[in-house]
Each structure stands twice: as C-alpha cells, then as structure tokens.
Design a protein. Structure first.
Lengths: 381, 200
C-alpha cells in the first residue's frame, strides 16, 4: 500500500486573506480582549490629554508621528514581502491597546510581588517586575496571530516583523502616557514633552519595546514554522522570550551610571547586537525558504532559481536595476523593479498559499505582465 | 511545474509539517483557550496573589475575661496575662485592658476615677488630662476616652459600659510614636464586645 503523494503545490490554504477570520475563536478572543483593554487604556489617554491639553496634544502628535514613520519604514523596507496592512494594524492594536491595558492591571500586582522579595525601595524593582509582565503580554499577540492561519506567519521573519509592530504600538502609547503625564506636572510642559520624546523615542526608543518584541516574536514564529523536534522549538521560543525579558531588564536597570542619555546609549549596544543577530538569522532562513520555493514550487518561466539569486538581497536587486537603467534606460529599470516585486509576491504567495491558489494566480499574472512590459522596454529602446 | 518536481514533491510529503500548516482546517477553540488562560493568569491570578501578599492578616479575637472579647491586629503582641486583665504591647506602648466588672456608673463618671489614679502614679511635677471624649463601640456600648500626659509618659484611658458592667483600658508609652499607638489602641477598644446577661 502506498501513501498518496500530495504535491507541495496543493497544500491547504488559509480561508481568509488576513487574521480577520469570523470563524476563528482566536480572532474573537482578540476582539474581546481589545474591547476590555480599551476600558483601561482610554481613561488613561483621556486623563493625560486633559491634565494639560496643550502639552498632551503635542505629545500625542509627536508619538503618533513617530509610530507612523517607524511602522511605514519597516513595512516598506522589508526584505521580501510587504505584509497585509490589516495584519500590521492588528499587531499595532495589540501592542497599543491590549498589551498596555492588560499590563496596567498586571503591572502593579507584579510590582507588589517583586517588591515583597527585593524590597519596595530597591533600585532593581522596576527592572525585574516590568519585563515579567510586558514581554509575555506583548509576545502573546504574536502567538494569537500565529494561531490564525489567515495572518500567514510562515517564516521566522514574519514573527520578528509582527513582534516589532506589537512592540512599536506598546512603545507609542506608553511613551505618550509617560510624556504627557510628566509634562503636566512640569514647569515647562512643552519643553518637557520634547526632551522626553527625544530620550524615550530617539535615544532609547530605537532599541526599546519594538526590539524586545521582535526578538521574542522571532522565537514564537520558529515554534510555529519549524519542523525541528518539539524540545528544540520550545527551547528557542522560551529562550527568545527570556532574552527579550533580560534585555528589557537591562534597559531599566541601574547597572550603568551617568546621564540618562549615556546610560541609554551604552545599554543599547547589547540590545542592538541581539536584535541584529535575530534579524540576520531570520532573513537567512527566509532566503532559504524562498530559494527552495523558487526551486521546487514555482515554474521556472515565472521565477527560476537563478532569478531568485538576483532577488535574494536588496543590494543585488538595486544593482540589477542600476545595470538595467544604464543599458536600457529608466523605463526599463522601472519595469524591472515591477517584475522584481511581482516575483517576490509570487514566491510569498506560493509559500503561504500554494501555487494553486488565488493569490499565487494573481501574482503569476503580474509576473507575466511585468515581464512583457520589460521586454517591450528593452526592445523599444 | 519546475524540473525535479516529482521527487521533490515526494520529499515534501515525507517531511513533517510545521505547526503553522497543521493548524489549517483545524478548530481554533484550543488556541483561543490558551490565549485566554494566559491573559487570565495575568489579570486574575496575579493580582489575587499580590493582594494576599500585601493584605494585612485578619485581627485575632482575644478573650479578656468573663465572656468579653476584643479584636487585636497583628502589630500588637499579647503579653503574659495578669489576673483580671490582658496586656498588649507594641513597640514601647503597653495597653492593659481589664476584665468586665459590675458597675452601673456611666463611662463619663468612671473615667474621672481612672484619670485620678493615673495622676497619682505620675512622675514629675506636672501632669495634665485632656477633656473626655465620648464615642460608641462597634457593639453599640457607650464609651469615653481621655488623653493623659506627664513629663515622662503619654497615656490614654478608656471606659466602656453597657449600664451593668464596665471595662477599663489604659495605654501608656513614651512621648514618641504616640499617635500611631493611640489610633491602633482606639480601634481595639472600639472592637470590645461585652457579654450579654445570659453569657455571664
């Protein structure tokens, strides 16, 4: 008796385009948690705005702008795919509302428990208690997304991306609350808002909550996408979460003396090192996944293994476009850019939904169209 | 299909599937339960545990004799009982509460005798007593308290009566830390429950 061979191209696919899946209990759990957490977060935000309306509004504008710029940059400059904006919004909402709201309840409780052990006046109190609450609650958002197939968390890079978005949402709201409340009590509120935004958003913000959650999110994604033994998957997931908590503790800790700026910069070194290592490993894995997809799943006339070599890094794609511009002009370079994006979209669709799927069919059509346009641009010169 | 697809497809079939693929087409209740359980741990269990850690221990019920009782918080230690009285200590403060005695004096009348006794035992030339202040215990009995002071000691006296029996309490301590001890002792006296006629 032989087992039925199921071609890789005919894999089952998610029933929805995004994590919004009305037939998923996980989705509705997220909705309920969001509404519940909103009852905690909304009053905090209103209080902060009303305490000093001018500085509160200024803080809101700064932090909202910060979040939009950061999120847009990460989304646009992702290596292989631009993830669905609905999923990105869901991740941001989890961080900004669910994680903040739940931490508002659990945080003081953990503070009490840790304070009972280390003393209420210990300098280490917040650096121990905050990560124990905030990191697990943030990474739970990645778990929730991974449990909804429509979110299409299929690579470690997906986990790092959504973890980063969750952390960014948390950072924006937490940063706004701290900034607005401190400014309301300060003698020069507008100046205080600016200073706190620079410290929390620029100096320490680049290696803060977004970084921690990206690291933890990568570990969660490994748990879901890897075929390694269960023990290894658990070890990586919990190890990544532990690393995120340890780095968060380091950032809050009193180990480095000096000014706030100096301290934040020095503490940022190991955080950035771990983050860059996580991103590098996740991108290497992602490259291997798509190389295999190009080799095994996608027809060569759409994306061949050689085509993928030219797509595998941003530098190679840029050099290819520069070369095309030099040899055949700007229009050809633009058409090549369109072809590159279409080929990457096809690889992503084929990996997440299978070659025989609406997404892959749509992407294949765009590849064919882009290749045709490019041919005409070259011939037409 | 690209070249080498059939052997590759066979190889793909033999490869174990990641969890992300195994979730396709399966129910989501278990996943929702996991998420909900973790949230419940943080917003339900954790605050409850923190509350029990930080909450003060419930007061102890102490029998002061003849069926009367008081509620004593954990910050007071119960000293060696003297006959007819219970002695409580807290830091440098000593609170002596006598067992009920038969008396039909109103507390306002009885307090005068208590303060006179304090003054007779005083050390130093100058001693003062504050004006008596009336209040009711939690059990509804009449009570009066008066603050006492001499150069070396601070004190407070209480008399509680239900019309047929009376309890006298006396707090004495050095001048420092007076207020906290006085408030705590006031709460103890306020908790006094005298026995009813049938219980005596």
């Amino acid at each position: 008796m032989t087992a039925e061979i199921r071609p890789y191209a005919r894999q089952p696919r998610p029933r929805t385009a995004t994590f919004v899946d009305a037939r998923s209990w996980v989705f509705w759990t997220v909705v309920v948690l969001t509404l519940g957490a909103l009852t905690q977060v909304a009053p905090l935000v209103l209080e902060s705005l009303l305490a000093s309306p001018a500085s509160g509004a200024y803080a809101a504008v700064l932090w909202t702008g910060y979040g939009l710029v950061f999120a847009s940059s990460v989304w646009v400059f992702e290596l292989y795919e631009r993830r669905h904006l609905v999923n990105v919004a869901g991740a941001l909402v989890w961080g900004a509302i669910v994680a903040v709201g739940l931490a508002h309840i659990a945080g003081p409780a953990m503070h009490t428990l840790v304070g009972a052990r280390v003393g209420d006046d210990s300098l280490w109190l917040s650096s121990i208690s905050a990560p124990l609450v905030e990191e697990p609650l943030k990474v739970l958002g990645v778990v929730a997304l991974a449990l909804v197939p429509g979110a299409r968390i299929r690579t470690v890079a997906d986990g790092a991306f959504y973890g980063g978005m969750i952390g960014l949402g948390f950072q924006v709201v937490e940063g706004f609350l701290y900034t607005a409340r401190t400014a309301a009590l300060a003698g020069e509120p507008m100046e205080t808002v600016t200073q706190m935004f620079v410290l929390r958003g620029i100096v320490a913000g680049l290696w803060s909550h977004a970084a921690f959650s990206a690291i933890a999110g990568a570990g969660v994604a490994f748990f879901f996408v890897s075929v390694a033994p269960a023990l290894q998957r658990w070890a990586v997931a919990l190890g990544a979460l532990g690393a995120a908590m340890a780095l968060h503790a380091l950032l809050n800790s009193p180990v480095v003396q000096g000014t706030q700026v100096t301290s934040a910069l020095i503490k940022g070194v190991p955080i950035v090192a771990v983050l860059l290592t996580t991103l590098h490993v996740s991108h290497l894995r992602e490259r291997a996944v798509f190389a295999r997809t190009a080799r095994v799943t996608v027809p060569d006339h759409l994306v061949s293994p050689a085509d993928f070599e030219g797509l595998s890094t941003r530098t190679r794609r840029r050099h290819a476009r520069a070369d095309m511009r030099e040899r055949h002009g700007r229009q050809a370079a633009r058409d090549l850019h369109r072809l590159q994006r279409a080929q990457l979209a096809l690889l992503v669709a084929a990996h997440s939904d299978g070659m025989i799927s609406a997404r892959a069919a749509d992407a294949a059509g765009r590849v064919t169209s882009a290749r045709s346009s490019l041919a005409w641009s070259i011939v037409g010169k | 299909m690209s070249s080498g697809a059939t052997p590759a497809a066979r190889a793909a079939h033999d490869t174990p599937e990641p969890l992300s693929l195994r979730l396709l087409g399966r129910g989501s209740a278990a996943g929702a339960a996991i998420v909900a359980a973790i949230v419940l741990l943080y917003v339900g269990v954790l605050p409850a545990v923190a509350g029990s850690v930080s909450a003060p221990a419930p007061p102890r019920i102490v029998d002061i004799g003849d069926g009367a009782s008081i509620r004593v918080t954990e910050d007071w230690s119960i000293g060696t009982d003297t006959p007819g009285a219970v002695t409580l200590t807290q830091g440098g403060a000593t609170l002596v509460i006598g067992a009920p005695v038969d008396s039909d004096l109103h507390p306002a009348q009885a307090i005068t005798m208590v303060t006179d006794t304090w003054l007779e035992q005083g050390q130093g030339d100058l001693a003062v007593t504050g004006s008596p202040r009336a209040f009711s215990t939690d059990a509804g009995d009449d009570a009066v308290t008066s603050v006492l002071q001499d150069p070396l000691r601070a004190g407070q006296a209480w008399v509680v009566s239900d019309g047929s029996q009376m309890v006298v309490a006396l707090l004495s301590m050095p001048q420092t830390g007076w207020e906290a001890a006085s408030d705590s002792a006031q709460a103890i006296v306020r908790s006094l429950v005298l026995p009813t006629q049938g219980q005596r």
